[in-house]
Design a protein. Structure first.
Length: 134
């Protein structure tokens, strides 16, 4: 039961931090309106809602999508470091449990490094692709 609650907390936290909830509540004359898609004032949301996407917008969409997934991966990595720390604290010196906790922390840090490298690679490649040549 505790595992299910922990997984639910991790998913909720990672999704809320990553910006998947594009919720906008406006107060219209006929009552409050809930909008799930990005707002029309946002250039990306405006193009999505109007359907006026072009080939030049593809790098923008790729960048937003990769940033979204990188944020989720980074958040999960940090949460697993915290889980490993909790496992280490509750191991009470038992070698099996401390070894498992150290492995969890190490693998989470490896995941965090991979996430950071992916972020750097995506930004360098997108800057190279979108920079106009002289």
């Amino acid at each position: 039961m505790l595992k299910k609650i922990l997984i639910l907390i991790i998913l909720t936290f990672s999704l809320s931090c990553s910006g998947i909830f594009f919720i906008n509540i406006t107060n219209a004359a006929d009552g409050p309106t809930l909008t799930i898609l990005p707002d029309k004032d946002d250039p990306l949301g405006k193009k999505i809602q109007e359907g006026s996407m072009t080939l030049a917008d593809i790098p923008v969409y790729i960048t937003h999508a990769t940033q979204f997934f990188i944020t989720i991966a980074g958040t999960i990595s940090v949460l697993f470091v915290m889980i490993g720390g909790y496992q280490y604290l509750t191991a009470f010196g038992e070698t099996d449990k401390t070894g498992k906790a150290k492995t969890t922390i190490f693998m989470a840090l490896v995941g965090l490094v991979i996430t950071l490298l992916a972020w750097v690679i995506v930004n360098v490649v997108m800057a190279t692709i979108t920079t106009p040549s002289a």
